[in-house]
Design a binder for this molecule. Structure first.
Ligand code: GLY
Length: 378
């Protein structure tokens, strides 16, 4: 077995970020992806770094981790950009959470009170104040919560930067190379099997998103409880007459429909996303896109005439409690980094820093202690 080699299974934003940190730390790292690295959930995302806007009731541990992830994002992308000499489209934009009907506004008010109780820097706006901030909002918007400290990154530039950074730091990227099994002997990982040959390594990091529990060779106790949650998402092309400067998020309470609109520097307006439990099916549906566009149109009617550039769907890796699964497992040398659900891009840097520290020192950093797989073991 090769004592110094580290194998990463899965080349999404999580696997690539960890790989980059480890390769920069001087380790021999091989990353296997079943397809093209970064082209699954990470590619389909909108790149929102929005722990304040997306906080959900009674998820304060995850909020703290998200806020730490947001705090460390700028240093991570600054180092990456300087390594490769390319931009990642990181923008400190802010999000407007908007409401139209009475029930939208009641719910927004309740969430706003919760955000304030948590000490988050968010601001209640009337409809008029919201339109002063973003003039393209519909006249029907009657209230909003402004979250100025939420940011965004261009997820696709970020992915391509990570791929380049990883390889430039000496990492080996093996695409279109599915891992056939994780090789475990006794209580210890020995490597992985690809093309029917064992590639040995003392450390294997499982970062295969919603496919993580399907990789053969994992004993039941270390199969991470993750499932695919489909998100249909589309990209429009903004025009000189309709360019948003901030992210906009509308949740229509009466139907639970959600649409967020995320403007990018290249003129794309990303409109996402559905949340559907459809197994590993990634097809687009008429109903899904219809609901998405209708909800987005209610918030920003000017999108009606914008050209559609792309429609796509990705599979978020959702765990049983919607939090990631990180760190050591009962199998020595096998490390988890999966289950990031709706927050893969936001949590990639903090995950990478923590997993690299764990591998370099053998100690689990405090930041990821609440997210071990042991919380699911009875
Ligand atoms: N973070 C937004 C989403 O997963 O749809």
């Amino acid at each position: 077995m090769d004592k110094n080699r580290i194998i990463i299974v899965g080349g999404g934003v999580i696997g690539l970020s960890i790989g980059w940190r480890l390769a920069k730390g001087g380790r021999e790292v091989i990353l296997f992806d079943r397809d093209r690295a970064g082209r699954a959930a990470s590619w389909a995302s909108a790149g929102m770094l929005t722990p304040l806007a997306e906080v959900r009731f009674e998820e304060e541990g995850l909020l703290r981790f998200g806020l730490e992830g947001l705090r460390r994002f700028p240093e991570f992308v600054a180092e990456l950009e300087s390594d490769i000499g390319r931009d990642t489209g990181y923008r400190p934009d802010g999000v407007l959470l908007v409401g139209i009907t009475r029930d939208d506004v009641e719910y927004l008010r309740f969430r706003h009170a919760y955000q304030r109780d948590l000490g988050l820097p968010v601001e209640w706006l009337s409809g008029v104040q919201a339109r002063e901030r973003e003039p393209h909002l519909a006249a029907q918007i009657s209230a909003a919560v402004w979250c100025p400290e939420d940011h965004q990154v261009d997820n696709r530039l970020f992915i391509d930067a990570l791929k380049l950074g990883f390889q430039k730091a000496g990492g080996t990227l093996r695409e279109s190379t599915p891992v056939e099994s994780i090789e475990i002997q006794g209580e210890r990982v020995r490597g992985v099997r690809v093309h029917n040959e064992v590639q040995s390594a003392a450390t294997v990091v499982l970062a295969a998103g919603c496919w993580s529990r399907l990789i053969p060779g994992l004993p039941g106790a270390v199969q991470p409880p993750v499932r695919p949650v489909r998100g249909q998402i589309l990209r429009l092309k903004m025009t000189a007459d309709l360019r948003l400067d901030t992210m906009v998020w509308y949740s229509r309470v009466s139907t639970s429909a959600v649409a967020y609109l995320v403007p990018k520097d290249n003129g794309h307006l990303v409109v996402g996303a559905t949340s559907e439990e459809m197994g590993y099916e990634t097809c687009l549906t008429a109903g899904g896109l219809f609901e998405l566009l209708r909800t987005a149109y209610e918030a920003v009617p000017g999108i009606y005439d914008l050209p559609i550039v792309e429609t796509t769907a990705g599979l978020r890796p959702g765990s049983r409690d919607d939090a990631p699964i990180l760190g050591k497992t009962p199998v020595e040398g096998l490390v988890m980094a999966t289950g990031h659900y709706r927050k893969g891009i936001l949590l990639a840097p903090i995950t990478a820093y923590a997993i690299a520290e764990l591998i370099f020192t053998g100690q689990t950093p405090d930041a990821i202690r609440p997210f071990g797989i042991d919380r699911f073991l009875s």
